[in-house]
Design a protein around this ligand. Structure first.
Ligand code: ADP
Ligand code: MG
Length: 685
């Protein structure tokens, strides 16, 4: 249970003054439902303003606070702007300008002849100095000091800056006194403020130490929680599995395993033989051959007389994996079933029976394979594919299902930088497929201006005429998804005109059945060109696809481009990836394109991506998108996570599981960041 001293912080926002039913929804949209959330709703940036005695002391473009006395109200035309001509202390005249309905309140706020403090950006309009829609107009006798540096918060519709600032201030007035959980030596070296001070400072001004401290808290909480889960996992009794190799020997593969595949299988085999459940991550770039490693792991389980399950993130991938496994394992006599949400009635019943009586050895499916109605005779291994879509806690908790927790093997094709691996996967052991199967053709990557799209279509036509298949990706860029869908539909229509019924379209607003049907036509080779928004399934394997065209490629991050490019180059034919770019590329976009041409090494691209990110110009990348963090930025994660990680380890080792004073404080920290599943495991032993 949550410690009492945190109760105040976890009160709902309704408890605050001014938060009525109408405010709830906009706040919830920002994830602000409790006082704690408001306290951690840190400013996106600050506006700094200089108080000036008069306009002579200010420069155009500057944010200022200045005393002005209105001399005249002037409405130009019916719909024109409303201007208040006002005089400063030196006798200069400036216009305070309003458009639209804002004029009504302006008239009242700026009565002729009465001095006001006006805060805003000084602009020039013709010969006239002006301030358009000032941020503040106030009556104080001296310049309002608080306006000299003001936080800017992210908002949602229905909220304003002053409103949010007011709620935040109220939340901050409820901060409890908490003991320090950061190691004293570190605090001494960094000069970080204490927790409550750090929160207050971080809302008041750009304060690097305060922001670092708050980020560090979050990183420390995460490391601690993951380590506690891992420690608890180690102390659990799993089912040791030793295979005799009998089934693996019966596999008739058309290729020899790579060194990396053999090494990974050996590492897995070693884990499975242990008493504690395996928690291993198999990291391998697209096309590196993870499937056969997964199959080998599952065969070890079957050789040992147990069952294995493979969890795929989507229906299509589940079907594809099922088909691939059936083909590879043909001749072994191993019973492999498919179970997805779409399977109903008799077929479903028979799979359920088979899992229960043990006649099915391996099941492949979507999350439905873990529904309560599904019982296994002896499930001992779970393989999770493309599991970056599962939360850290979900994933680790899966290992705790049932009386004897199964071994888990997670697989991801997203090469992530080393520091982020630590954040995402915490204490998992990692096997890396860092070697592509031999004979892979390198993919030619071309960056072409969108002006030359006709040439690209001609080149595409030549490939399709040879019987090859291709992808055409349209980005999701607009706030309003339907605009992008419209763009994708327009592209689809024009390509269809050229290539006929061979073209299919897949986007996020299609009904799942229609989407699946289109994908299936493409996978089966009935359609030769797939036009898609960025929703293409990760992991779809169509070796006959040799062309990938990506529109507005400059909008994508390196990791995404690499993922998309990995859809081609899977067969023996030469493949090409065309990055269609618009004019006027930014510096970082240019670098990304150059890197894409230069290398196909996913791990290298991931590292470079991390360096280049943060420009905020990419599709759907929150600053620390793809990480489990809200407070820490990517830069802070890289700089502070290794420290937090070591500190967490020391804390757990030294205090033997969060006993002692700092240990107590650390428990509070875990609750504060809602990583309390860590604490609960500790208690459960
Ligand atoms: P991943 O899931 O890692 O993206 P897959 O398991 O789908 O990759 O494998 C990609 C392709 O490579 C498949 O067609 C597979 O049969 C083939 N493959 C896997 N391992 C090897 C190998 N050692 N040598 C040659 N081809 C391989
Ligand atoms: Mg795969």
């Amino acid at each position: 249970m949550r410690p009492e001293r945190l109760n105040e912080l976890f009160k709902e926002v309704q408890a605050l003054e001014g938060v009525g039913p109408k405010m709830l929804r906009p706040l919830e949209k920002l994830g602000l439902t409790r006082l704690r959330d408001l306290a951690y709703h840190l400013p996106e940036r600050f506006v700094e303003r200089r108080a000036v005695p008069d306009l002579d002391a200010a420069t155009v473009g500057e944010n200022i606070i200045v005393a002005l006395t209105p001399r005249e109200h002037r409405q130009s035309g019916g719909r024109g702007p409303f201007r208040v001509l006002a005089e400063d202390a030196a006798g200069n005249i400036a216009a305070i300008t309003y458009f639209g309905r804002a004029a009504y309140s302006a008239k009242k706020q700026l009565p002729v002849g009465e001095k006001r403090w006006v805060a805003g950006r000084l602009d020039q309009y013709g010969q006239m100095l002006q301030i358009v829609h000032p941020d503040h107009v106030s009556e104080n006798s001296v310049a309002p000091a608080a306006q000299a540096c003001e936080p800017v918060y992210s908002l949602s519709e229905g909220l304003t800056q002053p409103r949010v600032a007011g709620f935040v201030a109220q939340a901050l007035s409820h901060l409890p006194d908490l003991p320090e959980w950061i190691e004293p030596g570190l605090l001494g070296r960094t000069q970080w403020p204490g927790w409550a001070d750090a929160l207050r400072l971080a809302h008041r001004a750009p304060h690097g130490e305060a922001r670092d401290r708050l980020a560090y808290d979050e990183l420390l909480a995460n490391s601690l929680a993951l380590m506690l889960v891992r420690a608890s996992n180690r102390s659990q009794k799993g089912t040791p599995l030793s295979g005799d190799g009998r089934l693996r020997d019966m596999l008739s593969l058309p290729f020899a395993l790579t060194g990396a595949q053999k090494r990974s299988i050996a590492e897995i085999e070693g884990d499975l033989a242990q008493g504690a459940p395996m928690l291993r991550l198999l990291q391998g770039d697209v096309g590196s051959g993870k499937t056969v490693v997964a199959l080998s792991a599952m065969l070890i389980a079957v050789e040992a007389g147990a069952q294995a399950a493979m969890l795929a993130p989507t229906e299509i991938l589940a079907r594809q994996h099922h088909a691939t496994l059936m083909q590879m394992a043909a001749g072994t006599g191993v019973e492999i079933a498919l179970l997805t949400g779409r399977d109903k009635g008799r077929a479903r019943e028979s799979v359920l029976m088979g899992l229960l009586d043990g006649s099915i050895d391996i099941v492949v499916g979507t999350h439905s394979i873990f529904q309560e109605t599904v019982s296994y005779k002896n499930l001992a291994l779970v393989v999770i594919d493309e599991q970056h879509r599962f939360g850290v806690s979900q994933r680790l908790m899966l290992a705790r299902k049932g009386r004897r927790p199964p071994h888990t093997l997670s697989m991801t094709a997203t090469p992530i930088p080393r520091t982020l691996t630590l954040a995402q996967y915490g204490e998992m052991d990692v096997s890396k497929l860092d070697e592509l199967p031999p004979g892979r053709q390198s993919i030619d990557t071309a960056v072409i201006s969108v002006d030359r799209i006709a040439e690209v279509v001609d080149r595409l036509a030549a490939q399709l005429a040879l019987g090859r298949q291709a992808y055409w990706v349209c980005p999701m860029v607009h706030e309003d998804e339907s605009e992008d869908i419209a763009a994708a539909e327009a592209r689809f229509a024009s390509l269809k005109e050229r290539f006929g019924s061979d073209v299919v379209l897949v986007h996020g607003q299609l009904r799942p059945e229609d989407k699946d049907a289109a994908m299936e036509r493409f996978v089966a080779g009935q359609a030769s060109l797939l036009v898609a928004t960025t929703v293409i399934e990760v992991g779809v394997d169509v070796p006959n696809a040799t062309v990938m065209v990506i529109e507005q490629a400059e909008r994508f991050g390196l990791a995404q481009l690499h993922q998309l490019r990995g859809r081609v180059g899977r067969g023996s034919d030469k493949s090409v990836c065309v990055l269609l770019r618009s004019g006027g590329l930014s510096e970082t976009a240019r670098k990304r394109m150059a890197l894409m041409r230069e290398t196909q090494d996913g791990f290298r691209l991931a590292e470079e991506d991390l360096v280049l990110r943060g420009g905020g110009e990419l599709l759907g990348t929150r600053q620390s998108g793809d990480t489990p963090f809200n407070v820490a930025s990517l830069e802070q994660i890289q700089r502070l996570l290794p420290v937090a990680h070591d500190d967490a380890r020391l804390l757990i080792e030294r205090d033997g599981g969060l006993a002692g004073e700092r240990g107590e404080a650390a428990r509070l920290l875990l609750y504060l960041f809602e990583r309390d599943w860590g604490v609960q495991l500790l208690r459960g032993g």
